[in-house]
Design a protein around this ligand. Structure first.
Ligand code: ATP
Ligand code: MG
Length: 359
């Protein structure tokens, strides 16, 4: 019989804390598939709450250290990282009336103001999460100015219909739906509010999304009727607020924050876009003001998701249908966008854990 027992591994791992959930990995039932071979080689899986967990390497190393420390007889220690994305369970909707039962988390990207980079971030967030292995969908809820078809290079592509359900288009691993795939832009422009929200409802009920870990909603700008109707009709799990550092943008953001608070949608965090421009000598020019978003987030008690620099390539990538995180992953802007995306997934997991504790 092996000197190393399964119980020793559990004991060792019960000393490893999940940094966000503040409980140990064994209590959180995050350890699976423990195997010990005849040479005392140990392997096990850690089941994360999202494949986009920004702390996965830290957790993995802490597990290896704990087993080495508490089980000196163990030879090699191999940790496999797996994930089972947690679900928000339908937000403020009751479980039985919840649309999109196969979608674990519905995340809106919103702002009070237009042109701050919502669609750019929504597209890159969706692609970044899909690249980690998550199942991701993206809905362009901007019926009057849809930009997702351009940002994914799918301007002239129409989705197919099977069994009276629309099959979402798919690109860069993301399932996509936009009014721009269905009607020409002139037709959408004449729609009135109620028609617009019924079109969004159709994106939910008539599109064959299948199982999704994250469904991202790129919302239109503002805090008007459409946004309020959408945030009440959609079973939103959380919202990401995008802003630029300018005061005027922040005043609009305050309105957006209070609107989402009123309708009880958890605010996952604030992203500051177009934060600075990096000059050729490496200095940063804070064109629209310094740290406005971060200070605002702090005073509002919401998480700060990061600062994205102004980079011509971000715009060019959007226009060319190649999200920047794929086109130039090594650039400072793409790295900042990816890190903010992982932070969104992390915040969603924390929000889900807190919600399930309250139940
Ligand atoms: N970090 C950035 N650097 C350079 N250009 C950017 C950056 N972020 C966004 N842009 C560009 O700014 C413009 C507005 O961005 P985007 O369309 O994403 O904003 P939006 O908030 O969705 O706008 P709307 O309110 O009209 O929906 C686009 O041309 C986009 O390519
Ligand atoms: Mg937009």
């Amino acid at each position: 019989m092996s000197r190393v027992q399964e119980s020793h591994i559990y004991e060792a791992l019960s000393s490893v804390m999940e940094p966000d959930l503040k409980k140990d990995l064994v209590t959180l039932a995050m350890i699976e598939d423990i195997e010990i071979d005849e040479h005392e080689n140990v392997s096990f899986s850690v089941v994360l709450t999202t494949p986009a967990c920004p702390m996965k390497e830290q957790i993995k190393n802490a597990c290896i250290d704990a087993v080495r420390k508490f089980v000196p007889d163990a030879a090699d220690v191999t940790v496999n990282l797996k994930s089972r994305v947690t679900s928000s369970g339908g937000g403020h909707h009751c479980e039985h009336e919840r649309p999109l039962k196969n979608v674990k988390n519905i995340i809106a990207v919103a702002s009070g103001k237009g042109g701050v980079g919502k669609s750019t971030f929504a597209a890159n967030l969706a692609v970044s999460l899909a690249a980690t292995g998550a199942k991701v969908g993206l809905i362009d809820a901007d019926l009057y100015g849809p930009s997702i078809p351009t940002m994914f290079g799918l301007q002239n592509t129409k989705p197919e219909v099977a069994d009276k359900r629309i099959i979402p288009l798919e690109k860069f691993g993301v399932r996509l739906m936009s009014i721009g795939f269905l009607v020409d832009s002139e037709t959408a422009i004449i729609w009135r509010g109620p028609m617009a929200s019924s079109a969004i409802k159709q994106f939910i009920s008539d599109v064959d999304w299948q199982d999704l870990d994250y469904l991202i909603f790129d919302l239109p700008p503002g805090t008007g009727d459409i946004q309020i109707t959408l945030s009440q009709t959609l079973p939103l799990s959380g919202v990401v607020i995008v802003t630029t550092p300018q005061d005027v943008a922040l005043a609009d953001v305050a309105k957006a924050v209070s609107m989402f608070r009123k309708v009880h949608v958890p605010i996952l965090g604030l992203l500051e876009n177009m934060s600075y421009y990096e000059l050729p000598d490496g200095t940063k020019d804070y064109i629209f003001g310094h740290h406005g978003g971060e200070i605002f987030a702090k005073t509002q008690g919401i998480a700060f998701l990061g600062a994205i620099p102004i980079d011509r390539g971000v715009r060019e990538g959007g226009d060319a249908g190649l999200p920047y995180v794929i086109g130039r992953p090594e650039s400072a802007a793409a790295k900042a966008i990816s890190e903010a995306s992982m932070e969104v997934a992390r915040r969603m997991s924390i929000t889900n854990a807190e919600r399930s504790c309250r139940k």
